[in-house]
Write a protein that binds this ligand. Structure first.
Ligand code: SF4
Ligand code: SF4
Length: 193
């Protein structure tokens, strides 16, 4: 994670928000392109990571909106390849994560991100309720949210037979501690989206 406490940002810009919230200095990017060259998903993205960084650097509302409406921020899987390649040690996955959060809050999500968001929410629900990933619950929740009811159903019997899917969830002991983490996080975010 990198920070530049003496940098002056345009008031209220996304770049300023990212710096204040995550101590990430987007302005340090000098467009070498190493992040985009190494990103395993760059070919599928509408804008490669280095372009997202440039859009944010302009501190222009329209360019910021392009970044927030992009499919890129939802395709990023936080693999960290870009961050390890970046000569300025910029936490690019952290930037993507912040943009996802803002995109949801401002209702600017890319239409193709619908199923990805459904999966994110189903995943968080599973952790929230059990403290672990309960695969069967995750699948049911995701299908209900995404309306992909019939997709991959034929795979389920084989997975259950091989013990890959359990009917009952395993619960962690410290559910109160987990609930406190969720409360704190959601309070900071202003509630679940
Ligand atoms: S963290 Fe995201 S942007 Fe970076 S290389 Fe991985 S998928 Fe690409
Ligand atoms: S690798 Fe770092 S400096 Fe280079 S374009 Fe990507 S974010 Fe910018």
């Amino acid at each position: 994670m990198s920070s530049a406490p003496h940098t002056i940002h345009k008031k209220g810009s996304l770049m300023e928000e990212i710096h204040d919230a995550r101590e990430i200095s987007v302005q340090k990017c000098y467009q070498c392109g190493k992040c985009s060259a190494g990103c395993p998903l760059a070919e599928d993205m509408d804008y490669p990571p280095s372009v997202i960084m440039r859009l944010l650097q302009t501190e222009d509302r329209q360019n910021e909106a392009i970044a927030l409406r992009s499919e890129t921020i939802w395709l990023c899987v936080t693999c960290e390849t870009c961050a390890t390649r970046c000569p300025m040690e910029i936490d690019i996955p952290g930037v993507m994560d912040f943009c996802r959060q803002r995109s949801l809050e401002k209702k600017m999500t890319h239409p193709k991100a619908k199923n990805i968001i459904a999966f994110h929410k189903a995943f968080l629900d599973s952790i929230d309720y059990t403290g672990r990933l309960y695969e069967l619950g995750l699948i049911a929740d995701y299908k209900a949210r995404s309306f992909q009811l019939g997709q991959d159903v034929a795979l389920a019997p084989g997975m259950i037979a091989k013990g890959k899917l359990s009917f009952l969830p395993e619960l962690i002991r410290d559910r109160k501690g987990l609930a406190a983490i969720f409360r704190k996080t959601l309070h900071r975010k202003g509630g679940r989206s």
